[in-house]
Ligand binder design. Structure first.
Ligand SMILES: Nc1ncnc2c1ncn2[C@@H]1O[C@H](COP(=O)(O)OP(=O)(O)OP(=O)(O)O)[C@@H](O)[C@H]1O
Ligand SMILES: [Mg+2]
Length: 245
């Protein structure tokens, strides 16, 4: 579904991403891991249209998407969350999710899942906010919520846009362990039910290991490993640059 080849993103003299390639297939959850400054967020930003790569190609379902805006990408099924929670502070939880909903994707399965035949608010509350532990907060402004709940709202907002590819940038960073596993578990449940593909940047290895089907490791802007989580954990180079001995 997603095919990126030799993607390079430069900021002046800084090569943030240098020759990154990845394939993501329908229905798989890929963990994108690596040390701080490896280029993970920059790569996600390039795929989701925030940055235009200096070099390289990115295609989504065989369509060249380099230069597409984030909103255009959302409409064709590429949704994302943010490492630092976006500030829509005055809006209520339900309104933030509806902002996501206003950019319809293509996923018919997800649309049925979210709406059924009922009113939008009710369906969004039952299908997204309840499983993410947000139902009681649905009328609260975002600024009243804990950090963990705001991260959950960002996941709900991204899912509401009906993505076929969900890009998660550290969805559970700073979230307490029990909540983190619940958030990751819900993402996995949605994937199991609807078959969307997920790329998840995350430093918490226990969450990565329990959630992801495959792990891609980045270091200094490019890919140094692509394989199972178990194999990553025993790979000498991955241990040297990231997991550490
Ligand atoms: N807008 C920017 N301007 C200049 N340099 C940038 C910019 N964004 C990122 N960089 C640099 O690019 C490199 C990759 O950064 P990036 O944020 O993509 O790393 P990351 O893998 O997401 O790290 P972390 O795990 O800490 O989130 C870093 O050296 C960073 O300082
Ligand atoms: Mg990052």
């Amino acid at each position: 579904m997603l095919k990126a080849r030799d993607v390079t993103v430069r900021f002046g003299g800084v090569v943030a991403v240098g020759g990154m390639s990845i394939d993501v297939h329908a229905g798989e959850i890929v963990g994108l891991i690596g040390p701080n400054g490896a280029g993970k967020t920059t790569f996600i930003n390039a795929v989701s249209g925030t940055y235009v790569p200096t070099q390289g190609t990115i295609s989504w379902r065989d369509e060249d998407i380099v230069g597409h805006s984030p909103s255009r990408l959302a409409r064709i099924g590429v949704g994302r969350t943010f490492q630092n929670v976006a500030s829509l502070n005055d809006l209520t939880v339900l309104d933030v999710v509806k902002v996501g909903r206003s950019v319809h994707g293509h996923s018919r399965g997800l649309r049925e899942f979210l709406c059924g035949s009922r009113a939008d608010d009710e369906a969004l509350t039952e299908r997204l906010l309840e499983p993410l532990g947000l139902a009681d907060h649905r009328h609260s402004p975002l600024q009243m919520l804990s950090y963990g709940h705001r991260k959950a709202v960002d996941i709900a907002r991204a899912l509401a846009s009906e993505p076929d590819l969900l890009l998660l940038d550290e969805p559970v960073a700073g979230v307490a362990p029990a909540e983190a596993f619940a958030l990751a578990g819900f993402v996995k449940q949605v994937r199991d039910l609807l078959g969307c593909a997920v790329v998840m940047v995350e430093h918490k290895m226990d969450v990565v290991m329990s959630t992801c089907d495959r792990v891609v490791v980045m270091a200094e802007g490019c890919k140094i490993f692509d394989g199972s989580g178990e194999a990553a954990q025993s790979d000498a180079e991955v241990r040297r640059v990231y997991l550490g001995d």
